[in-house]
Design a protein around this ligand. Structure first.
Ligand SMILES: Nc1nc2c(c(=O)[nH]1)N[C@H]1C(S)=C(S)[C@@H](COP(=O)(O)OP(=O)(O)OC[C@H]3O[C@@H](n4cnc5c(=O)[nH]c(N)nc54)[C@H](O)[C@@H]3O)O[C@H]1N2
Ligand SMILES: Nc1nc2c(c(=O)[nH]1)N[C@H]1C(S)=C(S)[C@@H](COP(=O)(O)OP(=O)(O)OC[C@H]3O[C@@H](n4cnc5c(=O)[nH]c(N)nc54)[C@H](O)[C@@H]3O)O[C@H]1N2
Ligand code: SF4
Ligand SMILES: [Mo]
Length: 820
């Protein structure tokens, strides 16, 4: 018996009764077709029952679903059907999360697609040519590990790098970390969504339940929902119903986006904004809120770092040790605030000042809130209106809506994809801090999904047991990979000579594809494990066939309110192996057999055999019985209300004392400037001179701003191989505003070349009046073979600002011309 999370039973083995009826029908037809004399007694055919098995399984991908659960029906060794598995919240209501989207239902097609990699493949032509020799697993493993051993012997352990993507965040894909750790190999991190996520964590801390933002269930409690830099009808398909529900509950839905998206169409007001200026809009709204009496002093005093005194000299907090009253760094060395004309430790104050500037024993100080206000007040509202391209009356209207009741800013990763993304998120977060729109239901920020069972410690794939025996590996961000490879060494890290790529398609998905091709091209050996012949596979020396989700057992450790155990439904196609088995083979061949003794079930069981899981009542036995176990509180998680704020100060931090860059690679760093919100235009996406900010020089040649957008037909590059999806969305196109189309002499269906110094793409035009004039938009996720020529990922820059190592796909200027 398989059970859903509610305990509703679903029979694992059931027999189709309908076959009897079918057989009788066939017998009747047979009788007629035979057209016999009618004297013969019709032969009663014994119906052959078709055995069906229903297995708890899941879709997967880095979409907002992150593994929507389903039941797959297995018939004669093949997956024959997919049904959504309705999981339940602890109170018995349907879980609002992870409802299967259109893509999820195409998984059968994907799984049996001709683009599946079925055997280990060795490159037989130029890299990228797609010519392969099928080899045995033994040969593949031998050759790969021989080369790794030689490279590590010649150049050190970091000569081999491991590079993940985000395609399948499951316990077995994390098993790779075991091999990486044992080899002391170089880690190449993830370079996406860094700015958005990190700004949240810097503001509210990394909480094991929730990553710096509130849980999405709370959206339905908002009076006003600001869809600000996200397009959830496309990018959060399975969660969008929360927006609809909020609307049904009477919430006002506001959308701020340069493009009139499908989400914008459902909002009122929709406010188009000049790209990369959201931080200034937030500052303008904050100014108006303060002017109109909506500054929430009590909130700033008690739940933010607002009253903490900051020294003018070094930007650090004034502490008791500065006044000789405690030992620096000791537990007694508390941060000081100004209270009733006295400087006191923050935890003894009753009504601390949040504004003003003071001198304490000759030390000039200001409350952190004053620093924020000074930075906001640098901008006058007219300039903000000019730069954001939003009429002042509209900014007034937005501020009035935002302060009229509990308001949630539902943001996403639009602002993240510009180099100045931090100015947008820090601005939105500061707006919530100043107005007290947080730490209560229906308020705060709901950005990317909730946290993960792995973050909560419920599913642990940790490699700490190897700490004493393995050399400590180094790590580098993809943002610095090219520099590392060009220079051969960067901050003590040597350029890798080989890379193992898994659950990712970096050649398509990182900006400046030509640089990525060059960096990966410099390697002596590139190995990719994938289920499909992705674009990155095409440039590999070895492609290892990975088992599809339905072909393996696993534990979900990615973003979800459930811990889930999926069970192998069918045997892997061809000679595919699960990532677990692939890693195990490689690990044993590298000489680590004693660390790879577990079978997959033993490994999965070990992942949930830990104190945290035990305390939460999560056991391997329960998972086998129930498949999915809810791992969140009953009430929606709201930071500062029903959870602590997980910053070091225990408060929301709009001021970041002593902030350091995410990775110090010798970049210029202005600590004081980075400590608090400021606004500057992005590196490249500034084609016009506005508000005193000069257009970038590139704009003379490349006047158009190019961005990509999520579409419901893809999860990044996944689902490019589903015929059903391709029927709905057969080819890429660039969306062009009709005014620009006229100026460029192009019309619907024309073919254009879009280019800059980094590369070009040749693509069909789709006119779209919702696109802001001066912008071009291509749906994200098409690979090399989708374009007529070139590639959209050749266009974007790999440059980023100093604080975060981020990929800035939207920070990109281009020119366009008609080809035909
Ligand atoms: N179908 C589908 N869903 C997905 C994914 C997928 O590939 N396919 N990927 C998942 C992942 S990993 C992520 S990170 C999320 C991303 O989810 P979203 O953040 O929703 O994704 P995008 O469509 O990239 O960008 C969001 C919106 O930002 C707008 N935008 C662009 N520039 C600006 C700006 O300067 N200011 C403002 N205010 N808006 C701007 C764009 O027009 C777009 O409407 O989606 C997840 N969900
Ligand atoms: N132009 C542009 N580019 C972007 C973005 C954008 O907005 N615009 N958004 C960026 C963002 S936010 C993100 S998160 C990234 C995502 O970038 P990636 O993480 O590279 O995303 P996917 O294209 O989903 O690649 C996943 C790959 O892993 C494979 N895979 C899936 N499951 C498994 C498995 O279990 N085992 C193995 N071995 N392989 C598996 C899939 O077949 C696929 O080839 O894309 C980024 N790229
Ligand atoms: S593609 Fe759709 S069904 Fe699959 S995990 Fe994502 S949202 Fe869920
Ligand atoms: Mo992402």
């Amino acid at each position: 018996m398989l059970k859903t999370a509610t305990g509703q039973g679903i029979t694992r083995r059931s027999f189709l009764k309908t076959t009897a009826v079918t057989a009788a029908g066939v017998a009747a037809l047979g009788g007629l077709a035979g057209c016999s004399s009618g004297e013969e007694t019709p032969v009663e055919e014994t119906p052959t029952p078709v055995e069906e098995t229903k297995i708890f399984q899941s879709c997967m991908g880095n979409c907002s679903g992150f593994g929507c659960p389903c039941y797959v029906t297995v018939r004669e060794g093949k997956v024959a059907n997919i049904e959504r598995a309705k999981l339940k919240c602890p109170d018995g209501t349907d879980s609002p999360y992870q409802e299967t989207c259109l893509k999820g239902y195409t998984n059968i097609e994907r799984m049996y697609s001709h683009t599946r990699v079925l055997y280990p493949m060795k490159r037989a032509g130029e890299r990228g040519a797609g010519q392969w020799e099928q080899i045995s697993w033994d040969q593949a493993v031998q050759e790969i590990t021989d080369k790794w051993k030689q490279l590590q012997a010649d150049y050190g352990p970091g000569a081999v790098a491991f590079m993940p993507g985000s395609g399948s965040i499951l316990a077995t894909t994390s098993y790779v970390n075991r091999l990486k750790t044992l080899m002391g190999a170089l880690s190449i991190g993830l370079g996406y969504d860094v700015t958005g996520m990190s700004c949240q964590w810097n503001h509210a801390g990394f909480h094991p339940l929730i990553m710096g933002q509130n849980e999405w269930r709370d959206m339905v409690n908002a009076s006003n929902l600001f869809i600000w830099g996200t397009n959830p009808t496309e990018s959060h398909i399975v969660d969008y119903h929360l927006v609809s529900q909020a609307k049904e509950n009477g919430a006002k839905i506001v959308c701020i986006d340069p493009i009139y998206t499908t989400s914008a169409a459902k909002a009122d007001p929709y406010v188009p904004i000049r790209p990369a200026t959201d931080g200034l809009l937030a500052a303008g709204m904050a100014q108006i809120a303060i002017r109109d009496g909506f500054m929430d002093k009590a909130h700033i005093q008690t739940l933010t770092v607002g009253p903490f005194l900051v020294k003018d000299s070094d930007g650090l907090y004034l502490r008791l040790s500065d006044l000789g009253q405690a030992e620096a760094g000791s537990a007694e060395d508390r941060i000081m605030v100004m209270d009733g004309g006295q400087v006191v430790a923050f935890d003894t104050a009753t009504d601390p000042e949040i504004e003003g500037s003071f001198e304490v024993e000759g030390i000039a100080v200001k409350p952190a809130c004053q620093i924020l206000l000074d930075r906001i007040n640098v901008w006058d509202l007219e300039t903000i209106a000019e730069i954001t391209d939003i009429p002042l009356a509209t900014i007034e209207e937005l501020a009035a809506i935002y302060t009229s009741g509990p308001s949630i800013i539902y943001t996403g990763f639009g602002p993240d994809h510009y180099s100045n993304g931090q100015t947008s998120y820090d601005g939105m977060l500061a707006l919530a801090d100043i107005t007290g729109q947080e730490a209560k239901h229906g308020a705060g920020i709901c950005c990317t999904d909730y946290s993960a069972p792995i973050a909560q410690g419920l599913v642990s794939t940790s490699t700490t047991d190897l700490a004493d025996i393995a050399p400590a590996g180094q790590s580098i961000s993809p943002a610095h990979l090219h520099e590392l490879i060009e220079k051969g060494e960067l901050v003590g890290i040597k350029a890798p000579k080989s890379v193992y790529i898994y659950i990712g398609n970096p050649i398509t998905n990182y900006p400046d594809r030509q640089k990525m091709l060059k960096s990966l091209g410099s390697m002596e050996m590139v190995v990719v494990a994938d289920m499909f012949m992705s674009e990155t596979c095409l440039y590999a020396d070895y492609v290892l066939p990975a088992a599809f989700l339905f072909e393996r057992s696993d534990l979900h450790e990615s973003f979800s309110t459930f811990v889930k155990h999926i069970q192998k439904a069918v045997e892997p196609a061809g000679e595919a192996l699960s990532d677990f088995e692939i890693v195990k083979k490689l690990g044993i061949a590298m000489g680590f057999e004693e660390y790879f003794t577990q079978n997959v079930d033993e490994f999965l069981a070990s992942c949930v055999t830990n104190d945290t899981a035990a305390a939460a009542g999560i056991t391997w036995e329960r998972l086998q019985e129930e498949n999915a176990i809810w791992s969140y509180p009953e009430e929606p998680v709201v930071l500062g209300l029903n959870t602590p704020i997980y910053t070091t100060s225990g408060r929301f931090e709009f001021y970041h004392e002593g902030i350091k860059p995410m990775h110090d690679v010798g970049q210029e760093w202005d600590m004081k400037k980075e400590s608090c919100w400021f606004w500057e235009p992005p590196i490249e996406a500034w084609p016009e001179t506005v508000g005193g900010f000069e257009a970038v020089p590139e704009a003379e040649k490349y006047p158009l701003l190019f961005i990509s957008e999520r579409c419901k037909f893809k999860t990044h590059t996944m689902f490019n191989n589903s015929p059903m999806i391709l029927e709905l969305d057969p080819e890429p196109y660039v969306k062009v505003n009709p005014k620009d189309a006229e100026a460029y002499g192009v019309g619907e269906g024309d073919i254009v070349r879009v280019w800059n110094d980094r590369g070009y793409v040749v693509i069909k035009v789709a006119l779209n009046a919702g696109v802001r004039p001066g912008m071009l938009v291509i749906d994200h996720g098409w690979e090399r073979d989708g374009y007529i020529e070139g590639h959209y990922s050749d266009l974007a820059t790999s440059e980023s600002w100093p604080r975060f190592e981020q990929s800035n796909w939207f920070d990109c200027l281009v020119e366009m011309e008609k080809v035909q």
